[in-house]
Design a protein around this ligand. Structure first.
Ligand code: MLT
Length: 402
């Protein structure tokens, strides 16, 4: 049995701070209230049962939008992991009227008795959620694409946007955009050889990644989509518009370029391949983190540094080597830029060490009518480093399309 509980709650005036916004302590209380409501209504655990206390041992919280007194919000609760005396809940709170995500959190809950000793997870919890972890809302699916298993997150309804990640990353780099762009069908796959997708022995080329994306859209019965590519994902997006122009309704090119590798860059790719063959992708982590993130993110965003390190280390060696060869051998896309006829947004990070601002600006200048936006305090990974600013720019661009 897989269950996600969903409960609508009202934001009271005393849940709000002096500016009238739902305060952080009250947000945590809403999550807690939703759990107790689910428990009390669902499996009959007496609220205040003195034999077992449920104590939050670890919490991570992402906030996206504000809520005000009088707003009705929907809190979804899913059990994502269960052990002997602990379990993990994922909770999301959205505006009920338009599904906009207000916040999401993961909570590790410990079960203890009156003496503070660990006790088994009460049966009421397993009765409520099922003995096995339930689907996270919008959980990752695996689809067969050109003979390979491709992991993909698909959220929401509306016109589709395909998000193509960079190197050595995976679909989770889009988590903030995915959470906030309600009103659109957000599709974020892992490219072959990366994230949770299958790692075939061969077929690593920018055009192969692009063919995979078209096959994925075919599987999802989507004729045309907005394509949003980050860095290497931008190389894939440009290949898509070159070879499948009818399938691309608009382009969003983030921290990327159109040019092919020059000789020193190709040599750098070879050195990186040797490093990965010697040390695995763990060996790549320190080197890449310093290059990918802007200085302010490195200093002040430990959660982004952690997330990036995790993505790099879990990238399969063969997939990382394949991607480096794909980038090394990619063709120059400058010849197609002048012929791009779809609305295009080019986004640059002002502190991007890999793609200088002037390179991104030149890309925008060469695409007729392209909009160019530079984001302060962002390095090469704007979707992780400045998610709110990026989300706003992307939303404005998308709204202007419709
Ligand atoms: C990426 O972020 O996808 C890559 O670093 C791009 C590149 O190395 O050309």
């Amino acid at each position: 049995m897989t269950t996600t509980h969903s409960i609508d709650l009202l934001v009271y005036p005393d849940d709000c701070d002096s500016h009238g916004h739902l305060s952080s302590p009250s947000l945590l209380q809403l999550f807690e209230r939703a759990l107790w409501e689910a428990v009390a209504r669902g499996s009959g655990l007496r609220v205040g049962d003195s034999r077992v206390s449920l104590t939050i041992r670890k919490a991570t919280l992402d906030r996206y939008e504000s809520a005000n007194a009088g707003d009705v919000v929907t809190v979804e609760t899913a059990l994502t992991h269960i052990a002997e005396s602990t379990f993990t809940l994922q909770q999301r709170v959205r505006h009920t009227k338009n599904e906009a995500m207000i916040a999401e959190g993961d909570f590790l809950v410990a079960c203890i008795d009156q003496n503070g000793d660990a006790v088994d997870v009460p049966e009421t919890i397993t009765r409520l959620f099922g003995a096995r972890p339930s689907m996270r809302p919008g959980e990752t699916q695996t689809l067969a694409v050109r003979g390979n298993a491709v992991a993909v997150d698909i959220h929401g309804d509306g016109s589709p946007i395909l998000f193509v990640h960079g190197f050595p990353l995976d679909r989770t780099v889009w988590k903030h955009l995915i959470a906030t762009l309600n009103g659109w069908k957000r599709i974020a796959p892992d490219l072959r050889g990366m994230g949770l997708s299958e790692v075939p022995e061969d077929g690593y080329a920018i055009s192969e990644y692009a063919d995979d994306m078209i096959a994925l859209l075919d599987t999802l019965h989507l004729e045309q989509t907005v394509v949003c590519g980050l860095s290497m994902g931008g190389y894939v997006a440009l290949d898509l518009i070159r070879r499948y122009p009818d399938r691309v309704g608009a382009l969003i090119l983030i921290n990327t370029r159109s040019g092919a590798d020059d000789d020193p860059t190709r040599e750098g790719r070879e050195e990186m391949i040797s490093l990965i063959e010697r040390e695995g992708t763990e060996g790549l982590s320190d080197l890449m983190i310093g290059r990918l993130l802007g200085e302010s993110s490195l200093a002040a965003m430990p959660q982004v540094v952690d997330h990036l390190g995790t993505m790099i280390c879990r990238t399969p060696t063969a997939g990382a080597v394949g991607a480096l060869r794909a980038m090394r051998d990619r063709r120059d896309a400058a010849d197609i830029l002048g012929g791009i006829q779809v609305p295009t947004l080019v986004v640059a990070g002002m502190n991007d060490r890999l793609i200088p601002l002037r390179t991104a600006r030149t890309l925008a200048d060469q695409i007729p009518g392209a909009q160019f936006t530079q984001i302060p305090e962002a390095g090469h990974l704007t979707p992780l480093e400045q998610p709110i600013a990026l989300s706003r720019v992307v939303r404005e661009f998308l709204e202007a399309l419709s």
